[in-house]
Design a protein around this ligand. Sequence first.
Ligand SMILES: Cc1cc2nc3c(=O)[nH]c(=O)nc-3n(C[C@H](O)[C@H](O)[C@H](O)COP(=O)(O)OP(=O)(O)OC[C@H]3O[C@@H](n4cnc5c(N)ncnc54)[C@H](O)[C@@H]3O)c2cc1C
Length: 327
Amino acid sequence: MNRPRIAVIGAGMAGLTFARTIKPHADVTVIEKSRGLGGRMATRQTENGSFDHGAQYFTVRDPRFASALAADIDDGSVQPWPDRVIGIATDGRRHERPQSGPTYIAVPGMTALAKSWAKGLDIQLNRTVKGIAGTAGAWMIETDQGPLGPFDWVVSTAPAPQTAALMPLGPVEMAACQSVSMQGCFTLMLTVKTGQDLPDEPLRFDHPVLGWLAVNDTKPGRAKSGHVVLHSNNAWADANLERPPDAVRDDLHAALVTVVDIPGLSQPENVTIHRWRYANVSKPLDRPFILDRERGLAACGDWCIGNRVEAAFVSGLELAHALADLP
Ligand SMILES: Cc1cc2nc3c(=O)[nH]c(=O)nc-3n(C[C@H](O)[C@H](O)[C@H](O)COP(=O)(O)OP(=O)(O)OC[C@H]3O[C@@H](n4cnc5c(N)ncnc54)[C@H](O)[C@@H]3O)c2cc1C
């Protein structure tokens, strides 16, 4: 019996989980537009060191996620972090925020887990999917470097609005995909002169502009580089998405300085901004994946379940289990 040929768009947590789970049953090709793995579980390399500028940590509540991570936890490439999170009110007052269970990070950067899970998979990096042509059982993937295919199945793990734009979904599946809402985020990466006092714990802001701040150096396995990551509030990001990045950077930094009185943060050596158009899920789908068996089209990702790395894992895993009995 022929093994089904499956194209997976995206090498983030959902795409990699799907691909490594379905691999014993199918010939899988993962196509990723970035030059690195991990999607929004991202690490930005700079000449001075690295910043985890996307997901900060992840929950491990589902026993299937715990089991999938066991080897990575055993060898120390996934470690607990943070112990505590400090809440900061709009007026700057601090309070301890209760954690709802253990949380983890990948070591030495958030992309390390993706690199570990990508081993043995056929992954085409730096290749952007532009469209899907053909028919059920013979899909061709149009990319910026020419076509790939034919494939029996195409699975998109791109954020919901990008999946809706790319995939030739039927009306029911398209309506489901378009029912999802996602929000943006701006991330500042600040380099602070080493030796300056910086917060030992991450800060979560209750603030109209600010979202989260963490000092990369406080995470296990990171260099002492004076690297600080600041995420904006999501609603504020959505309202500012199309403004010039330098203006957004300056406003975000000015808001930080107003709320947190730490000299190293007021006068950093360098500040770089990154825009996430689709960072977080504000209204998820009502089921773990989209599946059109007749046409050989499917989609999964955090946006099916919720706003977390763990949701992306569960979505990719459940779609792979649903497809694994296919011819
Ligand atoms: C700033 C920020 C902070 C976050 N903080 C946390 C946190 O602390 N804890 C937590 O659990 N979660 C957090 N999240 C959310 C978490 O990162 C996501 O839930 C999770 O990583 C989503 O994984 P995914 O595989 O579903 O999607 P993604 O990681 O987005 O993967 C989709 C992949 O598809 C690729 N792609 C898209 N379009 C194309 C195309 N046309 N061709 C080829 N490839 C394409 C993308 O490049 C990407 O690699 C955060 C996200 C952001 C942005």
